[in-house]
Write a protein of this length. Structure first.
Ligand SMILES: [Zn+2]
Length: 212
């Protein structure tokens, strides 16, 4: 028995939440107790995680949902993970859990809490599955995700379909509205999956560059 961390990353509309929900359904069939959390910062869906697909006309639709506990901060996370028993802890949109300001490590409170939980439950069957964006719109590593990738036992990196050329190499969520702030919660009206050759980097690169 050993605890395990799985991380699913990729741009928007690459099917991260769909993969997460598929793994959770499988775990539920196996009678595992599943607990799902999500950053309260993500205002698109409250109280659930939602897999969304982009239609050919640019609209999006929700294809699957599971109920989730909204977590605002480290205290919320500690309370949610301390109570009761669960076999699988799932976290969606984990890029929204911020790093420290000023930055002290590549984990932030969320990554450190995951590390602590894995250490405490190392000799158990606990399975933690985290999904999130690996990069922001400016190709900057996003929040605690890179640190979590480093700690993971298993990583799945997904791509989407490039909205410009149609290739399968969509690796980034290109922002099609102006602005330099890293945290703009958006949908298909604000972001477009693009491949490396169709991606246009913004003038000022990401929150880290902007702060320097
Ligand atoms: Zn392309």
């Amino acid at each position: 028995m050993t605890a395990r961390l799985e991380v699913i990353v990729g741009p928007m509309f690459s099917g991260k939440t769909e993969r997460l929900i598929a793994r959770l359904h499988r775990a539920q069939y196996a009678r595992k107790r599943v607990r799902i959390i999500k950053p309260a910062h993500d205002t698109r869906t409250q109280g659930s995680i939602a897999a969304r697909a982009v239609n050919p006309d640019g609209t999006t639709e929700v294809t699957a949902t599971l109920n989730a506990i909204m977590v605002r901060n480290a205290a919320d996370f500690a309370a949610v993970t301390a109570e009761g028993d669960y076999d699988v802890l799932a976290v969606d949109e984990a890029q929204f859990f911020p790093l420290d300001e000023p930055m002290t490590d590549s984990l932030g409170w969320f990554g450190r809490a995951i590390r602590t939980l894995l250490r405490e439950k190392a000799k158990s069957d606990l399975r933690i599955i985290i999904a999130g964006l690996d990069m922001d719109f400016a190709e900057a590593p996003f929040g605690p995700i890179p640190g979590l990738l480093a700690m993971a036992d298993h990583v799945e990196k997904l791509t989407g379909v490039c909205m410009i050329c149609g290739s399968d190499g969509g690796y980034i969520s290109h922002r099609i509205i102006p602005g330099e702030a890293q945290l703009v919660v958006g949908d298909a009206g604000e972001y477009q999956v693009r491949c490396r050759s169709c991606y246009e980097a913004p003038g000022i690169r990401g929150a880290v560059a902007a702060a320097e």
